[in-house]
Design a protein around this ligand. Structure first.
Ligand SMILES: [Zn+2]
Length: 251
């Protein structure tokens, strides 16, 4: 992220929203964010037009597109048995071309989530991206767990513990409420350097553990003390795994 302007960051996030939109996975709030940005940004408007046309061509094609050798190799690599966590390099806007768009669109069609609940995962990724877009990362900005924990009381029908891992390099920065799957959830927000980590929390109905990746974001879900935790971040997957392990042992 170093060396990029806020506008470039916004445009990079818009690429994710454009892709998610074509996948039919954007909620109303994210759709509005995208529409507002595209109105004022010719670059992203052009990208959206290209991606939409491309998606239509791919879906409407009666026979498969001839895949160039490099694309074929990339797809075969993607279909090979995957490690638990796998990231696709992000595309930067200036480097975007029709060929890159074709590879990107094809890889989106083949994206296979690791979780069993694709819609829920999409909502969590959207929730993370939405929080970065808007000014709604924090309802209660505080590094003090004794401020954040009581803030949730009376707003939710469960009381999440709010651990702080500042000494481990993951300081708490605050919390907020969000809506996931039609229910109010707690979101605990941490940071590793400049990378925010959103931890969505709600009561568990069973044991759940999963991980998924999407466009450079990683999702890890685990269950502890009757609650489901879903951490989403653009953090290095190994760093996020270390964070989750702290949570699982000391959260
Ligand atoms: Zn833009």
């Amino acid at each position: 992220m170093t060396g990029t302007t806020p506008h470039e960051t916004a445009c990079a996030e818009m690429q994710l929203l454009i892709q998610a939109d074509l996948d039919g996975e954007l909620d109303a709030a994210a759709t509005a964010v995208l529409a507002a940005h595209v109105r004022d940004c010719p670059g992203c408007a052009g990208l959206q037009a290209d991606m939409t046309a491309l998606s239509r061509n791919l879906h409407g094609a009666l026979r498969p597109l001839p895949a160039p050798a490099r694309l074929r190799a990339a797809l075969e690599a993607r279909l090979a048995p995957a490690p638990v966590v796998r990231l696709r390099p992000r595309l930067t806007l200036p480097a975007f071309s029709f060929a890159a768009g074709a590879a990107l669109a094809a890889s989106l069609l083949l994206f296979i989530p690791f979780g069993t609940d694709r819609a829920l995962d999409a909502e969590l990724f959207n929730g993370h991206i939405r929080a970065l877009q808007a000014t709604h990362l924090l309802d209660v900005p505080s590094t003090d767990r004794h401020t954040v924990k009581p803030w949730f009381e009376g707003k939710l029908d469960f009381a999440p513990n709010v651990p702080d891992f500042a000494v481990d390099g993951f300081p708490l920065v605050g919390g907020r409420l969000d809506v996931i799957g039609g229910r109010s959830v707690a979101v605990l927000v941490y940071r590793r350097d400049k990378h925010p980590i959103n931890v969505f929390v709600w009561p568990a109905t069973g044991a759940e553990a999963t991980s998924a990746t999407r466009d450079g974001y990683t999702l890890r879900r685990w269950t502890r003390n009757g609650l489901v935790f879903s951490a989403v971040s653009d953090l290095d997957p190994a760093d996020l795994a270390a964070f989750v392990q702290l949570f699982e042992t000391r959260g």
